[in-house]
Design a protein around this ligand. Structure first.
Ligand SMILES: [Zn+2]
Length: 295
């Protein structure tokens, strides 16, 4: 797989199966979340973790992400809804044109929300919809959009959550997909910064859920000048933050339980293989970087 590939899936939509089936009733999800968290920490911590998880996207909408008003349109360049998104991303497209192709070829609907509770943006793989808050500051919007487009690219190129995994291994795959999308946003933001456009980088540096990863990436670039090394260290750092991992673990497990419930699946105990990581870990320029997630 070449992540710089601009080819769309045959149907022009995201190729992965829907990672997020219809949500189970809220009460059931809450009970499931409580059961998960009672296995580890207090309910107060649970709520904190849920808030942290919702601060960034997952592969699908965070459980708590709700919007008051959403306006959607196909990603045509002359569409009034999409044009501002394309304008914000124009510096990114100039350096990494594959993101323009991903947006135009692999996203069915671009949606602007007047607000999202618990998220700034997310991708719905089932409907190939990219939803983003419409009035984010320019740099933050660039960083968030690149992160989401990387998720779209992961799916369009067949890098999906494998079926048959254990719940723990499923969460490990979610961690890797998120860490890789974070790497993409850091590489793009860093490159924009070197071209005299620091908004996206400054947004990541000051975003509490991302700042530690940006710091690690920046130090690696200063020490080595090698984006592949910086990407690998950023991937590691994503996993190094305990609270971040716990936050995503809860959401990943809830989604895993949704799939089991809606498909009436038998328990599965599969493990991730190395091929998943070899297919996943590429930078926006198409070069591979080392990714060895913790067990
Ligand atoms: Zn994400």
């Amino acid at each position: 797989m070449a992540p710089a590939s601009t080819s769309a899936s045959p149907a022009g939509s995201i190729a992965c199966r829907a990672a997020h089936p219809p949500r189970r009733p809220a009460v059931n999800r809450l009970l499931a979340a409580q059961a998960l968290m009672l296995a580890s920490r207090s309910m107060k911590t649970t709520l904190t973790i849920r808030a942290l998880a919702a601060a960034l996207c997952l592969a699908g909408p965070p459980t708590t992400a709700t919007a008051a008003t959403v306006t959607c349109a196909p990603p045509a360049p002359d569409n009034a809804v999409v044009a501002p998104v394309l304008e914000i991303l124009s510096p990114v497209f100039a350096l990494f044109p594959q993101f323009r192709d991903i947006l135009l070829n692999d996203v069915q609907q671009v949606c602007l929300a007047d607000r999202l509770v618990g998220a700034k943006a997310y991708v719905e793989t089932r409907d190939s919809r990219l939803v983003i808050v419409g009035d984010l500051p320019r740099g933050l919007a660039q960083a968030v959009l690149v992160h989401e487009l990387r998720h779209v690219q992961q799916a369009a190129t067949g890098v999906c959550l494998p079926q048959g995994l254990s719940m723990q291994e499923n969460a490990r795959a979610v961690f890797a997909l998120e860490a890789d999308a974070t790497v993409a946003s850091l590489v793009v933001a860093w490159t924009l910064r070197t071209q005299g456009d620091p908004d996206a980088w400054n947004a990541l540096k000051t975003w509490p859920m991302q700042s530690d990863i940006a710091d690690v990436f920046e130090r690696a670039m200063q020490d080595t000048g090698d984006p592949a090394i910086a990407a690998a260290r950023a991937f590691d750092q994503w996993h190094a933050n305990h609270e971040r991992r716990r936050a995503y673990y809860v959401n990943a497990c809830l989604d895993y339980l949704d799939v089991q419930e809606t498909t009436h699946s038998l328990p599965s105990y599969g493990t991730l293989n190395d091929g998943f990581f070899r297919a996943l870990c590429f930078m926006p320029d198409g070069r591979a970087y080392r990714c060895v997630p913790p067990d």
